[in-house]
Ligand binder design. Structure first.
Ligand SMILES: Cc1cc2nc3c(=O)[nH]c(=O)nc-3n(C[C@H](O)[C@H](O)[C@H](O)COP(=O)(O)OP(=O)(O)OC[C@H]3O[C@@H](n4cnc5c(N)ncnc54)[C@H](O)[C@@H]3O)c2cc1C
Length: 356
């Protein structure tokens, strides 16, 4: 079977996972990335793989499907930097937590309420375990520093090509995509996928398509390595934390907007103070921090699929891209290679923003 050549703009988690899915089917694919790590949401992500929002059954099912695919990917390649060893969450108020646990469980994301005594057994390093928490054993994390590179490297081993270049335009003839213009010369392709995260709207502007997007900022603090404290991701109203394989803790904080202003140092200090209180007696030291904008389409849902007005042009951009990458890669590769529509992606089509 001969497939059309796809050029993907962006080698963050979405572009890399899609390249992997295409290469696995022996489809020709070239991934182009300008390689500016600070612009990459994936590298600044808290990288929690989860199923939330059970009140939205369709979206919840999509996330669950992706969690299952992450498990399959991790089984396919044991070196993939993914760890699905559970989450413990006590972020919501105590009077809502029981109902949430039930809704998560009823929706299929195995979840149960656990009491303080049980939490103490599960997470002995916690200084003051909460009264109750939701134990979600199927959730997990991907290493934000290496996951996209690992998937891309696997795609390259199966025949994918990569190009380090900035895409400056999308080439079209008579309304049909013919490839990319880059600062390293043209790339000829029959399909183009824009998986450029926050840069996606600017690239779409060139084909007169407006994708409204917000980019709320988030901060990650990495501590210096400490002995193993936990295998789980833990989230409370105060702190989001998990421990990397090398012993570093990742602490996540929001800025609640798109301006950091002079809040960075305070936010770092607060995250570290809270982590020190959480793991009392563990000498936690600041190592580095990142600030990154989340690529969030205006209505909070993914924006994927064919771009109206330009044949052969597809978009794949979203928040929760770490969670959703495998399911998006599976469905979008079906659309690209089999010419099929995918029912599961109907609500997330970028065409919903076509206001002409
Ligand atoms: C603080 C924070 C916390 C988050 N927490 C979670 C979480 O817990 N769970 C979860 O599932 N998701 C989370 N997310 C969201 C998730 O990280 C993103 O949805 C995902 O990383 C987006 O990946 P991407 O591949 O679309 O974009 P990116 O990772 O931004 O990659 C886009 C790539 O496109 C390239 N590019 C852009 N323009 C061009 C151009 N013109 N030419 C060439 N290359 C170009 C860039 O260099 C970049 O490498 C979080 C995000 C942030 C910032």
């Amino acid at each position: 079977m001969t497939y059309p050549h796809t050029a993907i703009i962006g080698s963050g988690i979405i572009g890399a996972a899609l390249a992997y899915a295409l290469a696995k089917r022996d489809a020709p694919v070239t991934v182009v990335d300008e390689g500016i790590m600070e612009n990459r949401a994936t590298a600044g992500s808290f990288a929690w793989i989860n199923a939330h929002r059970p009140e939205d059954a369709h979206y919840f099912a999509l996330r669950l499907h992706s969690m299952r695919l992450w498990r399959e990917l991790a089984a396919e390649d044991e070196n993939l930097p993914v760890r699905l060893s559970g989450a413990l969450n006590w972020e919501v108020p105590e009077d809502e937590i029981e109902e949430l646990a039930r809704a998560l469980d009823d929706g299929g994301n195995t979840a149960r309420l656990v009491s303080r005594a049980r939490i103490r057994d599960m997470e002995p390093a916690l200084a003051a375990p909460p009264e109750v928490a939701i134990d979600a054993p199927l959730e997990g994390v991907a290493n934000p520093d290496t996951i996209a590179q690992a998937l891309l490297a696997a795609a390259v081993r199966m025949g994918a090509q990569t190009l380090g270049a900035q895409v400056t335009g999308i080439a079209t003839t008579n309304g049909r995509v013919t490839g990319l213009e880059t600062d390293a010369g043209p790339v000829v392709a029959e399909r183009v996928v824009i998986a450029a995260g926050r840069a996606t709207p600017a690239l779409l502007d060139a084909v007169d398509f407006t994708l409204p997007m917000k980019t709320p900022l988030g901060l990650l603090v990495r501590t210096k390595p400490v002995p193993r404290l936990s295998q789980r991701i833990m989230t409370s109203a105060e702190l989001h934390v998990w421990q990397m394989t090398d012993g570093r803790l990742i602490l996540g904080e929001d800025f609640g907007g798109s301006e950091v202003g002079d809040r960075r140092a305070d936010t770092e200090a607060r995250a570290l103070d809270r982590a020190r209180a959480t793991f009392d007696g563990v000498p936690l030291e600041f190592e580095t921090s990142t600030v990154a904008g989340r690529p969030v389409p205006e209505d909070d849902y993914p924006a994927v699929g064919w771009v109206p007005g330009t044949d052969g042009l597809m978009v794949a951009t979203m928040h929760s891209g770490i969670t959703l990458a495998p399911v998006m890669a599976a469905h979008l590769s079906t659309m690209l290679l089999d010419g099929a529509e995918v029912e599961a992606l109907e609500p997330y089509q970028v065409a919903r923003f076509d206001r002409d």
